[in-house]
Design a binder for this molecule. Sequence first.
Ligand SMILES: Nc1ncnc2c1ncn2[C@@H]1O[C@H](COP(=O)(O)OP(=O)(O)OP(=O)(O)O)[C@@H](O)[C@H]1O
Ligand SMILES: [Mg+2]
Length: 312
Amino acid sequence: MTPVLEVRDLHKVFGDLTAVDGISFSVNEGEIYGFLGPNGAGKTTSISMICGLLPPTEGEVLVMGLSIAEDPRGVKRLLGVVPQEVAVYEELSARMNLEFWGGIYGLKGKALRERVNGLLAQVGLDDRAAEPVKNFSGGMKRRLNLAMGLVHDPQLILLDEPTVGIDPQARHKILDIVKQIAADGRTVLYTTHYLEEAEDLCDRLAIIDHGSILAEGTVAELKAKLGEGSLLTVQGGFKAPELAAAAGAVAGLQPVEIIDGRGMLVVGRDGPGVSNALSGLFQAGLAFDDITIKEPNLEDLFLNLTGRELRD
Ligand SMILES: Nc1ncnc2c1ncn2[C@@H]1O[C@H](COP(=O)(O)OP(=O)(O)OP(=O)(O)O)[C@@H](O)[C@H]1O
Ligand SMILES: [Mg+2]
């Protein structure tokens, strides 16, 4: 299957600064692919090259097999961009903004009206459609900005940090809309510096910093690749030596702290896996009345890879 988006060895140099330093990845139909990186990582520069706004210094972008360098108009019809900065006309209503934008893509008459009505409903602005956008909250403007990128029903949607500066509830709405877009079979490239969003939303993600992809995969793959292992905490009516003996019999299970009635153990990433570790402990006949498993945190992983926090 041809990927919806294929990026090959993309570079962008601004004078002395290499903003994007050889990025390659591909995204399949219906996937949400995340670009997770701190300020200045090269997310927007990459998006700008992928959508044809900025010519790459080197490298290639293919959308459904079409090269953006060879067929920019063809590619632009296939993709929709939701820029990091909200770009709407404040004096116009939400409906007029969408009609204007749809007109640019050649929609008119009934088709345009129906499309705009559908989008207003999709982003939950149908009851405020007639008001000037300057009355809108930040979250509402973000939702309109999102709808503008969808007006020509693109196959691939590029979203550049669409939830920055809005409250958690408004963010939640945006994430739901993005999930729905992918469920409808559209493909999404989503940049963010919020770990929770990347975890919640993305099928796969790339951790990017200084213009390079440092790691790529599903959230589980990334954690498995770089995490220390899962932390298993058990409680029950056992004595410390009993648990120590049981844990000692399971290869790859390392005790962190064991006292009477309670133990903390790490299931190493090359170890037996959490369920095997647990069944090993059960086989020893210990009675547990509480078990918790804490997975390694992406934040730790990010810090580990980049030596810095995601947020400023
Ligand atoms: N037009 C430009 N001219 C010179 N340098 C630029 C230009 N655009 C971006 N840069 C630089 O390229 C680097 C990457 O910037 P970019 O905007 O792609 O980062 P980002 O990951 O989107 O960051 P943020 O999370 O802050 O939006 C930064 O160091 C930035 O200053
Ligand atoms: Mg940016």
